[in-house]
Design a protein around this ligand. Structure first.
Ligand SMILES: CC(C)(COP(=O)(O)OP(=O)(O)OC[C@H]1O[C@@H](n2cnc3c(N)ncnc32)[C@H](O)[C@@H]1OP(=O)(O)O)[C@@H](O)C(=O)NCCC(=O)NCCS
Length: 167
């Protein structure tokens, strides 16, 4: 049995720990460990997550099995395009992957975005991340490639998009 709630600043440490536990197995096969450490410190410091939550820069959804948080997503309206939302983050603990939580979180974010009038959901995924096939299964298509400098490193991404039904 699972529950999904919008995260508050009381959940910052939980989100940080979920990211640490998920990022290493996800990105070790495709990125240098220095880059993973750099990106985790930049994107998932307690200060950064707290700022995103308190300023509503990103809204975090936390999925729990009983009392245990096992997955999270983060989304916002997309500043670059009207009527679009962006899924910034989607991570399920390795031991809970394949249980349907990724799909459930995407469905939740899609419904929230469609109810807010968005007609499109966008996200970035590393071009070598095998989550690409998962997103394609969830109805996303490749819009374009994007190489983004992050400190001394690069993120070699696809931008994916999925049309949202009119609600
Ligand atoms: C990618 C991720 C979010 C998917 O969530 P999940 O809960 O494991 O996936 P689900 O159980 O919801 O899978 C839904 C469907 O996609 C399929 N699927 C899941 N991962 C897949 C993959 N890597 N490749 C192909 N299909 C995949 C499932 O088999 C399932 O198919 P079905 O409907 O035919 O049964 C999750 O595995 C994860 O957190 N991975 C590591 C972190 C990551 O890469 N996040 C994305 C960063 S952009």
């Amino acid at each position: 049995m699972y529950t999904i709630n919008t995260a508050t600043i009381n959940d910052v440490e939980t989100i940080r720990q979920l990211a640490e536990a998920t990022w290493w197995p996800t990105y070790s096969p495709i990125l240098e460990k220095e880059q993973i450490r750099y990106m985790l410190d930049l994107l998932y410091s307690a200060e950064e997550i707290e700022k995103q939550i308190t300023t509503n820069e990103q809204t975090f959804l936390l999925l729990k099995e009983g009392d245990s948080a096992v997955a999270f997503a983060a989304y916002s309206a997309y500043k670059g395009e009207p009527a679009a939302y962006k899924l910034h983050k989607l991570y399920c603990l390795p031991q809970t992957q394949g249980k349907g939580y990724g799909r459930i979180l995407i469905d939740n974010v899609s419904n929230i975005a469609a109810n807010a009038g968005a007609t499109k959901l966008l996200l970035n995924v590393n071009r070598h991340n095998n989550a690409l096939a998962f997103y394609q299964k969830m109805g996303f298509g490749i819009a374009r490639e994007e190489d983004i400098a992050i400190g001394p490193y690069w993120m070699n991404d696809y931008i994916l998009q999925k049309p949202l039904p009119l609600s």
